[in-house]
Design a protein around this ligand. Structure first.
Ligand SMILES: Nc1ncnc2c1ncn2[C@@H]1O[C@H](COP(=O)(O)OP(=O)(O)OP(=O)(O)O)[C@@H](O)[C@H]1O
Ligand SMILES: [Mg+2]
Length: 159
């Protein structure tokens, strides 16, 4: 487990960017955290780290947005409005999970049963100071454990 402290939205973006640089085809990043904790801000940073040039926006109403301008595709889900995880299959989620891009899911906890076991699980919590967040990252699977070791090396932010 790796824990970062974010002091503002820019920090969250920067931590996401660092992660985005390390993502690979078929990688899965699960984001959980209350409304407005910064899941989308974090994903925008991931987009930056992947080299996405389009503006990454919340897919709250579309459920999924795809960006193909980066090093690898970014599949950005927000499953807040999904009624059940069965709808994930209807959306063809496996093609994303096992595809050529990186999948990022906001509100991943609500569809956890359809997400492959090997993934990076990230929880964002608000702290007492209004703009402060803790960002907790947990790896399942060797490849994500290695990725987290790389994240730990980041000197600029957190700890
Ligand atoms: N440390 C921080 N990290 C991220 N966002 C922050 C932070 N401090 C303040 N903010 C603000 O909190 C808001 C986070 O919004 P964002 O849409 O990224 O959250 P979200 O978790 O995706 O929300 P939703 O649950 O609606 O999808 C932004 O307005 C941002 O400026
Ligand atoms: Mg969001």
């Amino acid at each position: 487990m790796v824990r970062f402290i974010s002091k503002n939205a820019k920090d969250t973006y920067n931590i996401g960017e660092k992660l985005g640089k390390l993502l690979f085809p078929g990688s899965i990043v699960c984001l959980t955290g209350d409304l407005g904790t910064g899941k989308t801000a974090f994903t925008q940073g991931i987009g930056k780290g992947l080299g996405v040039t389009e503006h990454v926006v919340s897919p709250t109403y579309t459920i999924i947005n795809e960006y193909t301008s980066g090093r690898i595709p970014l599949y950005h889900f927000d499953v807040y409005r999904l009624g059940s995880s069965d709808e994930m299959y209807e959306l063809g989620c496996d093609e994303y999970f096992y595809g050529d891009g990186a999948t990022v899911l906001e509100w991943a906890d609500s569809v956890e049963d359809v997400i492959p076991e090997e993934r990076l699980w990230i929880t964002i919590n608000k702290l007492e100071e209004p703009d402060q967040r803790e960002i907790i990252m947990e790896a399942s699977g060797l490849i994500y454990e290695k990725l987290l070791k790389e994240m730990e090396k980041s000197e600029n932010i957190g700890h």
